[in-house]
Design a protein around this ligand. Structure first.
Ligand code: ARG
Length: 258
């Protein structure tokens, strides 16, 4: 009799445990669907092949796909916010976003205010102009107007070179405006990352010369200072390097820009 009671009790315990377990997993699944954690990225989508819009208004580019792959790896939903390049560091400092991918060079100066991942691409700088103008070196820029994007390392670089080489610096909000300024002759030369400049040279028949003065640090992902994501993302970048994901992205987006 006692044995039977124990047996029935045992079955009941198992049943209840089973039901609880089923409820438990049910809940976990549904909450995962409802509030999958969001990873907020900011960028300045004026910078092909790193970030721009396709004809349907969707974000595309190397940085966009890298960010998506990282979000997938972390199990987060990626949200992208577009803003002027000049506002990106501030949005990290205010912790309005979790990370920035914007072809951003990991300079020492920026490191005072944000943390960077390992670098994922190196680009030099270039001065580009319209075919007929044929600027070939810094000396030929005397008396000319050189355009840069606000907040970039090129803005700082141009300010430093302007006096020595006697050119004027015009600062604009976006890299695409820079190209418009060039084609409408409001500036003589645009100064920008070589990878991006190469794209414009190829697609718009521009010409250019390499900046002989600087060697900028590589591009990296920026985070608010002290963010836990830095180590996690570095580990993912390392994995992407080892398993070929990074190379695939480079082949897809950057191979025409070298
Ligand atoms: N590499 C340069 C910098 O860090 C320019 C980056 C501009 N990026 C952009 N998405 N417009 O200053």
């Amino acid at each position: 009799m006692i044995h039977l009671k124990k047996f029935i009790l045992g079955i009941l315990v198992l049943l209840v445990a089973g039901i609880l377990a089923a409820c438990g997993t049910g809940e976990a699944n549904s909450s995962e669907k409802v509030d999958k954690k969001v990873l907020k990225m900011a960028t300045s989508a004026d910078f092909p092949p790193f970030e721009s819009y396709d004809s349907e208004g969707k974000f595309i580019g190397f940085d966009v796909e890298l960010a998506q792959a990282i979000a997938d790896e972390l199990g987060y939903e990626l949200q992208i916010e577009d803003m002027d390049f000049d506002g990106l560091i501030g949005s990290l400092q205010a912790k309005r976003v979790d990370m920035v991918l914007a072809g951003m060079s990991a300079t020492e100066e920026r490191r005072q205010n944000v943390d960077f991942s390992a670098s994922y691409h190196s680009s030099g700088e270039m001065f580009i102009s319209k075919q007929e103008d044929k600027f070939q070196d810094l000396a030929s820029l005397e008396g000319k107007i050189v355009g840069v994007q606000l907040g970039t390392i090129q803005e700082e670089g141009a300010d430093l070179l302007a006096e020595e080489y006697g050119f004027e610096v015009k600062k604009v909000d976006s890299a695409s405006i820079l190209i418009q300024e060039l084609s409408s002759n409001r500036i003589d030369v645009a100064y920008m990352d070589k990878t991006v400049a190469t794209g414009y040279i190829n697609s718009q028949g521009l010409v250019g010369f390499d900046d002989p003065t600087t060697s900028s640090p590589g591009m990296a992902i920026a985070f608010p200072k002290g963010s836990e994501l830095v180590d996690e993302v570095d580990a993912i970048l390392k994995k992407f390097e080892e398993d070929g994901t990074l190379q695939e992205l480079k082949d897809k987006w950057l191979s025409d820009y070298e």
